[in-house]
Design a protein. Structure first.
Lengths: 320, 84
């Protein structure tokens, strides 16, 4: 794929913000003083980034402008701090689960019986989730389904945040499918669904060289969401469960089933066929943002449209 | 109708390939990327269609990678499976 096209489909990065040493300091604090000690340092670190690093602060603004359109100036700065702090807490919690064990965090499941029912259909289950809350902590609550969980995940060079199982030194509890593999991992995804297993896919970001995006409205303006999950569902008959996680207390998370999407077969190749389903996902995500406004962790301009002249001009001026 | 002809018909009609007829598809043209221009999600559909029309399952990557190169390779894979 030409570099310009990659740029067109993707304007985000999962590279870590802090250095290796900074991460190690947090891990040490967790070992010595638990979650609270790490949080105490976090308040100051986030304050530094939000006040003194405009580029970091600016990454929260595209979402905040949509979610809180009437709040500019100091209120937006405060919202930026809260949003960044929530992300920091989630990263600390993820490390806490790995270092101190799963019992350090309570995870409640809302909709568990329905998920069991869907798995029981035997056609596999597509868990459609998003970059909100802490999916890694929440995934640890899926053991009750008693089927293997496979995760479509792209990890970049420069992403030094450790996953909880890496902290714990245990084998990865789910199989990772790399979207940069042969045919974007498509065959592996079909394979796991055929076996009746769970496939977890992020519905809010385009991965790898994926150009299969569909335009839907999200928080009042169009965005491009991938439609791979709906295409997979259409081809295999697997139901799609929209499941999102949220931090609900200092040491508690909730994993909530927001919607079950049934995609009919034979929808063809055109993106328009998948728009209604992507739109339903967007509605679920809006509900989540209403309930947990500071736990939406897409720190880039989701609404940036390279095909729109105004956005293209802005990108070109940023590149100069 | 040979397996190759049937495959080409499936590609055009069920994957909705535009501006090309089954007769125009080269047996050895790459299915993905340049060539027929199919993408990863078409692969998903194709795996399901092969099972539906020929009763042949492409179980995993090991089988899928060599089989899904061209119409020729896919037809050969199906023939082998049907003969087994």
């Amino acid at each position: 794929m030409p570099a310009t096209d990659v740029h067109k489909t993707r304007n985000w990065s999962s590279r870590s913000l802090g250095s290796q040493l900074q991460h190690q300091i947090f891990y040490l604090l967790i070992r010595l003083g638990g979650r609270r000690a790490a949080y105490a340092l976090l308040y100051f670190v986030v304050l530094y980034y939000v006040l003194l690093r405009p580029a970091v602060r600016g990454k929260t603004f595209p979402y905040l402008r949509r979610r809180f359109p009437r709040e500019g100036g100091p209120p937006r700065l405060r919202n930026s701090y809260r949003m960044s702090l929530e992300l920091g807490k989630v990263l600390v919690d993820r490390a806490v689960v790995g270092i101190l064990g799963p019992s350090a965090m309570r995870v409640e499941m809302d909709g568990g019986a329905k998920l069991l029912e869907l798995v029981g259909e035997g056609r596999g289950l597509i868990l459609l989730t998003a970059h909100v809350g802490c999916w890694q902590v929440a995934m640890s609550a899926l053991g009750f389904l008693q089927v293997p969980v496979n995760l479509l995940m792209q990890r970049e060079t420069g992403d030094i945040d450790r996953h909880y199982f890496e902290h714990a030194g245990i084998e990865c509890p789910y199989k990772i499918i790399d979207p940069r593999g042969f045919l974007g991992g498509a065959l592996e995804m079909v394979e796991v669904l055929k076996r009746g297993e769970i496939l977890s896919v992020m519905g809010d970001r385009m991965l790898g060289n994926d150009q299969n995006g569909v335009r839907v409205d999200f928080l009042g303006a169009p965005v491009r969401f991938p439609f791979s999950a709906y295409k997979l569902a259409s081809a295999t008959g697997a139901p799609v469960a929209v499941v999102l996680s949220a931090k609900t207390g200092p040491a508690s998370y909730e994993l909530k089933l927001y919607d079950v999407i049934r995609v009919p077969g034979g929808l063809g190749r055109g993106e328009a066929s998948f728009a209604p389903h992507a739109s339903r996902f967007a509605r679920s995500l809006e509900r989540f943002c209403a309930e947990h406004p500071y736990q939406f962790f897409n720190f880039f301009d989701l609404w940036h449209d390279p095909d729109r002249a105004e956005d293209r001009r802005r990108t070109e001026s940023e590149e100069l | 109708m040979t397996i190759k002809e049937k495959l080409k018909k499936i590609l055009v009609e069920e994957l909705n390939l535009e501006d090309i007829s089954p007769e125009e598809i080269d047996d050895d043209a790459p299915l993905f990327g340049e060539g027929l221009g199919l993408d990863s999600l078409d692969a998903v559909e194709l795996v399901v269609l092969v099972q539906k029309h020929f009763g042949v399952e492409i179980k995993d990557m090991e089988e899928g990678r060599p089989a899904l190169q061209s119409v020729s390779s896919l037809a050969a894979f199906i023939e082998n499976r049907l003969a087994a």
